[in-house]
Design a protein around this ligand. Sequence first.
Ligand SMILES: O=P(O)(O)OC[C@H]1O[C@H](O)[C@H](O)[C@@H](O)[C@@H]1O
Length: 431
Amino acid sequence: MNRVKLDYSKVLPFVGEKEISARREKASQALKGLENGTCKGSEFLGWLDLPARITSEELDRIEACAARLRAETDVVVIVGIGGSYLGAKAVIESMAGSFDAFSGTKVVFAGHNVSEDYLYELQEFLKDKKFGICVISKSGTTTEPAVAFRLLKEQLIGQEGVQVSRQRIVAITDERKGALRALADKEGYQTFVIPDNVGGRYSVLTPVGLLPVAIAGHDIRALVKGAADMRTYGKENGAELSATYAAVRNALYEKGYTIEITVNFNPKLHYVAEWWKQLYGESEGKEHKGIFPASVDFTTDLHSMGQYIQEGRRDLFETVLSVEKTKHQLLVPCDAHDLDKLNYLAGKRIDEVNKMAELGTQLAHVDGGVPNIRVVIPELTEYYLGQLFYFYELACGISGGILGVNTFDQPGVEAYKNNMFMLLGKPGYGK
Ligand SMILES: O=P(O)(O)OC[C@H]1O[C@H](O)[C@H](O)[C@@H](O)[C@@H]1O
């Protein structure tokens, strides 16, 4: 099996193998805590064996629902935020053509902000379209998706009537609890369940990620297979890949490298980094501890953030998502006049230019004092994305264990919500 690989050789000038292997021992302990369910937050370990537990029948049901929505609609609005949004968005952006949005896209997103202009413009866009809604909320009570869903449901009923709109709405939520569950049961929407023991940011391989990805026309079986293969591979070797990444980043953290920048050289990976930021930020950022997860898109951001990374405060390290093989091939053309002085590149692949930018940047940043990890992805396919997700999820569980926090809760997210509810006059929220 070809697979995602890790290269931390460009970290070694900053932390030695000895320091890393000390963290590697802690990583093994943390892994044990996950495997035998004795870690903090152990009620949320359902993701560990999720890829192997998903049955072909469940995938059939998801694919059938996606096929029905694809046939009955021009576009489906995926309504959700945080873990109920980012996994699907990451896969769809990675797999879709860069200009699909201009040639008739199958999915659009809402409920991940409360921008009045965004929602107005979405409603205008949907006015002359046959649309469906896939509303996703584990708790079923999150304000942003609830507001968007209320608007869109009203619009759908107005355009299609009550009966048709019930067919066009699918809800993904808790099996029993929450306002969305109550509404879905009352209206008779088709529903899918988010298991109790899988937290939002770990839910990409549940219907939360799989249904939107299937609606967008991508291969969810390959995605699940990639994750399952990574799980099997990890079981055979003590989760080598994830444990090493967790150990290396913690060794760096303890030496004062408190910010990790995930870097891509392919804009399709932008939302993979956004997904990663939620996974690591919500999991580790607590008790006034944790690596701050950031991200950049190169080479674009080399022309904005590159200066800071090269010469700013030395508390950064980078993790580059490096894709080995492109989907397409394109050569730099030769020009008879060569006024732009680019003929030295004529006949070379665009990807070679990109790869040399990647290598040149890595060397420059390491020289400038920025440790560099490389995560190598053989190709941008659903299969390797599945591997990558599982690699990161397991590493996050291990890393949180090394740090000593409860990786699976997010108490800090409530503070802004309470203030917002109080300011908006929600009953039960005093001054
Ligand atoms: O799926 P939901 O219950 O609507 O939650 C959506 C998101 O919002 C919350 O505030 C949490 O911080 C996230 O972990 C979660 O993924």
